[in-house]
Design a protein around this ligand. Sequence first.
Ligand code: PML
Length: 249
Amino acid sequence: EPLYSLRMRAAQGGAHEEGGLHISGGERLGFRDEIEALVSGLLRKALQHSRGDADFINLTIEKVEPASCRVLSPLPVSTYEVADAEEGRRQAAVLLRELSVSEQAIRNALCLLGSVNNLRGAVLLDSRSGERLDTRGERGIRVSRMDWDRERYLYWQNQHPLFGSPRIAEAIALATKVAYAPGTVAELCWSDDPEYVTGYVGSRRSGYCRITRLKEQGDFSGGRVFFVEPGTFISEYIVHLERTPVWIG
Ligand code: PML
């Protein structure tokens, strides 16, 4: 049965794919008879996030090869309660250090995420030197072609009743694909949504470690950094993140 990847991006103040202030994005995988429902779900998300004000909504539907799909179990979740962003970032640094990310790379990542506010995709940093490895600028790397297996999602929701929001489930799907991509050491993320202060450190070894505050309320900074093993073939790494279909299941 043919399988499709559905991708949505909404922006403001930019009339074409490349420009504008990023508002919303979404990734789904589905079979033919699911496409209509998935499209309206993505459209609803775009319109909600933009409060009807998007200048640009792009929906891409592409057939993918079902045989090329990987199935990955969702990363196990743990939560670190911290009092403020300063303590949260210290906690993130502790977790990253345990994963052998260098001090320089940790500093660069915290500095970068603390200062950008229109980063659409992820930035790749060398986990040892801390140098940026991609040349994508603000566009970054967009992890694509992953979704929860429907049955597994219901099961997971039952087991994690406190994580009801689609935001968390989507972040875990992305973090799982990233963690298992050959070359990834760890990921650091917090949202650029000024109302949402929880972020995470993700990795195959430590799982999905939520940190309750990585920035203060009202702060527009945020995004994703992937720490990559020195020597990784970057163009291949990027193709994997953008194109390999992954079911979380
Ligand atoms: C985002 O929505 O931009 C990222 C949210 C990451 C944290 C989700 C969570 O575990 O609470």
